[in-house]
Design a binder for this molecule. Sequence first.
Ligand SMILES: [Zn+2]
Ligand SMILES: [Zn+2]
Length: 256
Amino acid sequence: MSINVTIVGSGTCVPSLKRSSCSVLMKIAGENLLFDTGAGTLRRLLELGVDFSAIPYIFYSHLHPDHTGELCSFLFAMKYPETYRRKKPFKIVAAKGFSEFYERLKGVYGEWITLDPYLIEVTEMNNDKADYRDFGTFHIDTLPMAHTEQSIAYRITSTDGKSVVYSGDTDFCQNLIKLSKDADLLICESALPDQIKVPGHLTPSLAGQIAEEAGAKSLLLTHFYPECEPVDIAEQCKKTYSGKLLLAEDSMRISV
Ligand SMILES: [Zn+2]
Ligand SMILES: [Zn+2]
């Protein structure tokens, strides 16, 4: 059984026609798993032919607006009386702190984003140590990342052992190396070029070092700020990583 990965948005908080804000789709055993819902996600999903109102899982790496910005739009659209009205329950998975965040959103938007309680189930993962959940056709392992208190990365493993890691946002950390050990694919943030390293984010060579130390079989860099565009990102990453390297583009599909 393969894991089909589609990059929905490879960008950041900076509006871009080329790169929508952060979101990744994975399809396992016919089910769509959506990771993060930055601005533009709903539109990109339409372009990809994916019905947003039938997605059974949404996972959040953390709560920054470039990763959660369209959550309210999702929920509001799912209340549309006819075509897109949510009929089947779905799960939201995120680190501890998400439920409070969600309640606060409901405090602002009230019934406009409140679905029938049976439709939505929130699962909070540990934000200070390793965690694990089994969803039947796949399981997830999570570890905290070096970004915010609610930042976690996911390792998704199919029943036949294929594995994809999604870093979300992070600085260099041993936890990401540990989580990515021998993974088939590491989807890793690489926010800015080597020469503009900022705290809380990675660069191409640091992302490469993580993938190399983890022995990840392939590495897909994403979350590119505009400063990355004129730079040879692949060249910087290849200084530290010797495996198969891909640079994300919106709507790119990879099968693992
Ligand atoms: Zn962030
Ligand atoms: Zn981000």
